[in-house]
Design a protein around this ligand. Sequence first.
Ligand SMILES: [Zn+2]
Length: 149
Amino acid sequence: MSVLDVQELKAYCAKCKKIVEGDHDCSGRHIVLADSALVGIVDRLYNLGLEPMMGMFGFTNDANKTYTLKMSLILCKYITFEVLGPLPPGWQYYWNNGKLYSLEFTDWKSCLGSDDAEARLTEVIREFEEFLDEKDVEGIRSLLLIAGW
Ligand SMILES: [Zn+2]
């Protein structure tokens, strides 16, 4: 399947670290709807205590047949501060009524076709995983704990 096609979101259990189908014993807060390409990011967010709810990406297509990557990671925790500090280029915090709703990526460069798009997707995912790997897991977890979340 091409990365330019509509992506299929799967139910992924971040606790068991696997795609789940049908009944699953874990609480719903561990289940993330995500494209399988984003599981590495989902695992890292979960590990930081951020409780991701959904992870998806897509390419917008313009008349010049170029494709621009967008990515969205929806969180379900009530967080009111920039918990990850300054984000890498292209990434933004998205707030809804003062609550951190999601982390959004909009690419500043566009891709020329399927191969280019796939390479760009892999690159952006890897860079964001590396960014998350550098975060202090215990520090962030205790920040969330102190804040009461
Ligand atoms: Zn599970």
